[in-house]
Write a new protein. Structure first.
Length: 393
């Protein structure tokens, strides 16, 4: 009986062990799977940490390069202002010189005619003059006339002499101004070369971050092809930005955001994007007879183009009739459109400060006085840039 009971118990125990063996195996399998998942998460966290450190290091380098670029940009801008002032002084001196030469030529002809007349009188024999059938009154009148002519001739000669001396001084002044222009130009060229060194470094750093920037640029270029006008382009870009921000929130691994929201309350002191002469003001007639929605500024060949205010680069490339343009978003619904650049040294999504170099004007003998077009918009509509730029009055 005892043996039977013992055998029955052993049989039941073996059944239980048989039934729980799969559970033990399953639990063991889950533990392995859980450990694998944890290891993967740990690996991803480690990778994210490394990526973040790498990106932060590059962005710190970018920040330093941007500071250097802004410093060089300020120096170049000051240099360009000096060049502009020197050029304007030269133009005034050249105009004065041209006018003076014209006056001298006129005076020379007048004096030559007078001298020829006096020479003819001198060569007339006294007998002939005595024999002339003039009354004593006419003779006295001629004598008085001659007395008045001689001082007038002396005054004309003295004025001619003074003008010649002035012309000589103008030549000296022009030579000094041209020397000044040459010196300032050499300094400007040196600074421009230095600027380009840092621009290339910045481009390399951007390229080393990731491919997200290129992907975002591609999506913006696609938008530019289907946009009807500038207002539509800006609206579609804003919509794409929101989508990109959402995509970034959903990202499971760390990526540098190709588009960072610009939340600056201060866009910095406004300054025109290029140093030069305003050839067309806001609402002047354009070449088609319509109203000009911006400014046409004549700069110097290869001149520096800067961000007029702090903001976020929304678009880089060509659009409709504009070739090589940069669109920058500023606070309070403002946008800057800068067109006519030869080289663009910024990328979509870049956060720029007021005065930061973003490109260069054409540098070619075929375009000695390149022109840049600048348009300021608020909530999509063109506005007079004088609302932001005090220098425009």
């Amino acid at each position: 009986m005892i043996q039977r009971t013992l055998l029955l118990s052993l049989f039941m125990l073996s059944g239980v062990l048989y039934s729980i063996t799969p559970l033990i195996a399953y639990a063991s399998s889950n533990e392995v799977e859980l450990k694998t998942v944890k290891d993967q998460l740990s690996s991803e966290e480690s990778e994210n940490k490394k990526l973040k450190q790498h990106v932060e290091k590059i962005e710190a380098e970018l920040s330093n390069i941007k500071k250097r670029l802004m410093k060089i940009g300020r120096n170049m801008r000051e240099n360009e202002e000096k060049l502009k002032s020197t050029q304007q002084r030269i133009e005034k001196l050249e105009a004065r010189k041209k006018e003076l030469i014209k006056t001298l030529e006129s005076e020379r002809i007048s004096i030559v005619k007078l001298i020829l007349m006096l020479e003819r009188i001198r060569k007339t024999p006294p007998e002939v003059m005595i024999a002339r059938p003039n009354t004593p009154y006419h003779t006295a009148q001629s004598a008085l006339l001659m007395e008045n002519i001689i001082p007038s001739v002396k005054r004309d000669v003295q004025r001619l002499k003074n003008n010649i001396e002035t012309l000589e001084q103008l030549g000296v002044d022009l030579k000094l101004e041209y020397n000044q222009l040459e010196n300032e130009t050499e300094k400007w060229i040196t600074k421009r070369k230095k600027l380009m060194v840092f621009v290339k470094k910045k481009e390399k750093l951007y390229a080393s971050l990731d491919n997200d920037i290129k992907a975002y640029e591609l999506s913006i270029n696609v938008i530019s092809l289907r946009a009807r006008d500038l207002e539509d382009l800006i609206e579609q870009i804003n919509a794409e930005e929101q989508k990109e921000i959402e995509r970034q929130k959903q990202a499971k691994i760390f990526r540098r955001k190709p588009y960072t929201s610009f939340s600056g309350n201060d866009s910095g002191s406004a300054r025109l994007p290029v140093s030069g002469i305003i050839r067309k003001a806001f609402h002047d007639k354009d070449e088609y007879g319509g109203k000009n929605n911006g400014l046409v500024i004549e700069g110097r060949s290869g001149g520096l183009v800067i961000a007029p205010m702090g903001g976020k680069v929304q678009f880089v490339g060509s659009f409709k009739r504009f070739s090589n343009i940069v669109i920058i978003e500023h606070p309070e619904g403002y946008h800057s459109l800068i067109a006519g650049l030869d080289e663009i040294n910024t990328v979509i999504g870049d956060i720029v400060k007021s005065g930061e170099p973003i490109g260069l004007l054409p540098d070619s003998a075929l375009i000695p006085r390149p022109k840049l077009y600048y348009e300021l918009r608020k909530n999509g509509s063109p506005v007079n840039p004088s609302v932001k730029f005090s220098e425009l009055g």
